[in-house]
Design a protein around this ligand. Structure first.
Ligand SMILES: O=P(O)(O)O[C@H]1O[C@H](CO)[C@@H](O)[C@H]1O
Ligand SMILES: O=c1cc[nH]c(=O)[nH]1
Length: 232
């Protein structure tokens, strides 16, 4: 048991999928895992372990934002020995050619997060994906005939920006989409010498204004989940 997770030692697999939404975690466990059991209900941040093609794998919500995912990643790594942390998140497109339901693999995560600014005393740190997981995810996507895009994403502390147009600064520099956790996850994983990767499905577009419903974000982003499960 850790501060925010009530799992018993050994309950959590070496590889864990991490959606922000705990109900997406429940959907993944119920849809893709066999013989799954729930190891965490603290704060309703549901976590499950089960079998996928005979391999043990876990899935758990992280909540929204860098502070929340940093707490869960820290405890999963240090209290439960997790080695591979794979975010399966939603994101808002910053580019015309990054469409709703496209899958983006975050090679790196630019950020306005105050967490890394505090940690590195205002200096820049470049949170990057684990190279091995990244290469493997690309290979899995190819084998499954799932189209993916890969590049720089933006991890924001803010969902409702005061200046909506501010996203254009990042899109001009090639950033593909915005979400709220990858920079935190990559930094915590690097600190503890474990592996992390963020797979994102585009849920809305800042360019066109299109958006999916919360129910669709909870339980329809199948492609990225299939890639993530194969990574185990
Ligand atoms: O769908 P999840 O994984 O929560 O990811 C995105 O959705 C939330 C905002 O709606 C933020 O957590 C953002 O990163
Ligand atoms: O953080 C996020 C996630 C999805 N869509 C957005 O616009 N922002």
């Amino acid at each position: 048991m850790s501060v925010h997770i009530e799992a018993k030692p050994g309950d959590i697999a070496d590889t864990i999928l991490l959606p922000g939404d705990p109900l997406r975690a429940k959907w993944i466990a119920e849809t893709f895992l066999q013989d799954s059991f729930c190891f965490n209900k603290v704060r309703n941040m549901f976590g499950y372990t089960g079998l996928y093609n005979g391999k043990r794998i876990s899935v758990m919500g992280t909540g929204m934002g860098v502070p929340s995912i940093s707490i869960y990643a820290h405890e999963l790594i240090n209290d439960y020995g997790v080695k591979n942390l794979i975010r399966v998140g939603s994101a808002g497109s910053y580019q015309e050619d990054v469409k709703i339901r496209d899958i983006v693999i975050a090679m790196a995560a630019s950020s306005n997060s105050a967490v890394n600014e505090l940690r590195f005393g205002g200096a820049d740190y470049a949170p990057t994906a684990d190279f091995g997981l990244f290469i493997k995810a690309i290979e899995i996507a190819k084998a499954k005939n799932i189209n993916v895009k890969a590049g720089n994403v933006f991890t924001s502390d803010v969902f409702y920006a005061d200046d909506f147009e501010s996203y254009k600064k990042w899109s001009k520099f090639g950033v593909l989409c915005v979400e709220m956790e990858s920079a935190g996850l990559y930094t915590v994983a690097a600190k503890h010498k474990v592996h992390a990767l963020s797979l994102l499905t585009i849920s809305d577009s800042l360019v066109t204004g299109e958006r999916t419903t919360s129910k669709e974000r909870e339980s329809t982003f199948k492609g990225m989940v299939e890639i993530a499960l194969e990574l185990a």
